[in-house]
Design a protein around this ligand. Structure first.
Ligand code: KG4
Ligand code: ZN
Length: 361
């Protein structure tokens, strides 16, 4: 019988510095003993995006503090850990290196096994951390940097069924907000505006629905929004509140329809999958969630959306993935390297679906 595992996890692949301690009981039930996420939004606010050098430096400064925080709040010591798990990619390389170096130091200093975790595997295994989802299941990862369908068969077996061939939906939401003078991050702002809007007033494209498979494209939608906005402004001399709401509603409906239809296909092509789970910031969108729920129910599948704090970047998912990988025998050592690119499914076309922003997973 498996023994209880207690794993310290570190995450620093983009602009959140995070640490967590997760315990996996012999019956495989997981428990988050402590977790902390220190965001860097303020540090990057003046630059309109994440500045890799600033991010890396902040991670290097904050990782130790985060580790001390979770040890203190769990009442445990490093010696109580069975392993240290760390995001070893994909992500902004400076940040990933900060995390890997910190984990190597802890591992060497305390004599703990080191486990390098793919950040995307962390997201993909979250339904097991939150709901003990049974393998296999379908995962839709929709964030500011990623958009892909994964068939998850084990902690080491992922099949990419499709993904965006250009931008991620979160990027498109953020760009839409920028074009309409709404605050960042754009997704929540666009969603609020869309509530008062008419999704049928403007005809936005549903890219790639005419093509088979689960690949998606969102960059044309951004261009369509820009053109439509300019046309309205040219005609009326400006944008009214109602125009803005209608543009948001039309755009959101287009993203929703594409995600829903491609999810329907992913489930139809994989009839043995009885669960679809989502992760990533865009999964917070109620209209998108509702549409996915309907698709799942029509396919007799269960729909699972973990709590938002565990859908976005965090270290509990890294600690949890580390625990499963530990059970499967994975051990890394001081030769573990930080990888800016690291597709989960090595058989799929290289990095399609990463989104142009790429680094943020
Ligand atoms: O997963 P996440 O926090 O960070 C990564 O990209 O890894 O996702 C952030 C993205 C942003 O692009 C944000 O605009 C989008 O998720 N987002 C939303 C909503 N909340 C956050 N998009 C649509 N609707 C929302 N309610
Ligand atoms: Zn992520």
């Amino acid at each position: 019988m498996a023994k209880t595992l207690t794993v310290l996890g570190l995450e620093s692949s983009c602009d959140d510095t995070a640490a967590a301690i997760v315990r996996l009981a012999p019956d495989q039930s997981p428990q988050i003993l402590a977790q902390v996420v220190r965001g860097q939004t303020q540090l990057h606010a003046d630059f309109g995006g994440v500045v890799p050098e600033i991010a890396a430096r902040a991670h290097a400064e904050k990782l130790d503090i985060c580790v001390a925080d979770v040890l203190r709040s769990s009442g445990l010591n490093l010696g109580d850990m069975d392993a240290v798990a760390v995001t070893a990619g994909p992500g902004l390389i400076g940040g990933v290196i900060s995390g890997v170096m910190c984990a190597k130091g802890l591992s060497a200093g305390a004599g703990l096994p080191l486990i390098g975790v793919n950040h995307l595997a962390g997201h993909a295994l979250t339904p097991r951390l939150t709901d003990q989802a049974a393998y296999p299941y379908l995962m839709l990862l929709v964030s500011g940097g990623h958009c892909q369908f994964l068939r998850v068969d084990s902690a080491q077996s992922f099949t990419r069924l499709g993904g965006t061939i250009d931008d991620a939906p979160g990027e498109a939401f953020d760009k839409t907000a920028r074009l309409l003078g709404l605050p960042q991050p754009g997704g929540p702002a666009v969603e609020v505006e869309a509530r008062a809007g008419d999704p049928t007033r403007f005809a936005f494209p549903r890219p790639l629905l005419d093509r088979p498979g689960c690949d998606m494209s969102f960059s044309g939608l951004k261009t369509a929004l820009l053109r439509t906005r300019d046309a309205v402004m040219a005609e009326a001399g400006g944008l009214t509140r109602a125009d803005r709401a209608d543009l948001c509603a039309g755009f959101q409906a287009a993203v929703r329809d594409v995600l829903a239809e491609k999810t329907r296909r992913a489930l139809a092509d994989n009839p043995d999958l009885q669960l679809i789970a989502v992760a990533g910031g865009v999964a917070a969108n109620t209209a998108i969630r509702d549409a996915l729920m309907q698709v799942a129910s029509a396919a007799d599948a269960q729909f699972l959306a973990p709590p938002l704090a565990l859908c976005t970047d965090n270290a509990a998912m890294i600690a949890y993935a580390g625990a499963e990988l530990f059970q499967l025998g994975q051990r890394d050592d001081l030769t573990l390297t930080a990888r800016p690119r690291w597709p989960l499914d090595s058989t799929s076309p290289a990095m399609l679906g990463s989104g142009r922003k790429g680094a943020k997973a």
